[in-house]
Design a protein around this ligand. Structure first.
Ligand SMILES: Cc1cc2nc3c(=O)[nH]c(=O)nc-3n(C[C@H](O)[C@H](O)[C@H](O)COP(=O)(O)O)c2cc1C
Length: 173
């Protein structure tokens, strides 16, 4: 298996904690963690398989007076990437109770940007496993990636991650 790049943001919250958890589960020799704050399009050149982690208006971003330096800036870099021979999988942090009508919307916004550039995305998830009303992350009846809710269902995170990662690892070979 070639090494996977896990591009994530913001730092310091649930998205980063999950990124480290994924690295622990799969092994440091298999996953490089790359904060998007420090990344450029050319960093994708190192990887055939890429996981992306994002939250929807996370507390970390919200609490800062200065504009975020994470996905809102990095999303422009995505236009410069050569998407041929790469496979992407996405996870998104959200809160299905307080934001049931916008559950993990940013996961969908990011995925739609990637799809518009011709990216191949894998790791879809059934919506039946979640309670929510509306989400921009639902594409063709499925979540375009793995939604996680560390605010209200943290006890579900490990089993959701394990199932998702084992499916991904069959494809990331
Ligand atoms: C101001 C604010 C707005 C939020 N908006 C949404 C939202 O629209 N949809 C959603 O699913 N979660 C929303 N959340 C929940 C965050 O996505 C969730 O807490 C996530 O775990 C934060 O991850 P982070 O700390 O890595 O940014 C919001 C949280 C805050 C504080």
């Amino acid at each position: 298996m070639s090494k996977t790049g896990l591009f994530y943001g913001p730092m310091g919250g649930s998205v980063e904690r999950i990124a480290k958890k994924i690295q622990d589960k799969l092994g440091e020799d298999k996953i490089d963690l790359v904060p998007v704050r420090d990344a450029a399009a050319r960093d994708f050149d190192n990887y055939k398989f890429i996981i992306m982690g994002i939250s929807t208006i996370g507390a970390h971003t919200w609490n800062h007076d200065t504009p975020s330096k994470d996905w809102d800036l990095f999303i422009k870099e995505l236009k410069k990437v050569d998407y041929s021979n790469k496979t992407f999988a996405l996870y998104g942090l959200g809160d299905h109770v307080s934001y049931a009508n916008h559950f993990v919307d940013s996961l969908g916004i990011l995925a739609r940007e990637l799809l518009s550039q011709g990216a191949k995305i894998t790791g879809y998830c059934d919506t039946d496993d979640y309670e929510f009303n509306e989400s921009q992350a639902v594409i063709d009846g499925k979540f375009i990636g793995l939604p996680l809710d560390e605010d209200f269902t943290p006890h579900e995170t490990d089993s959701r991650l394990d199932k998702w990662l084992s499916r991904l690892m069959e494809e990331f070979v």
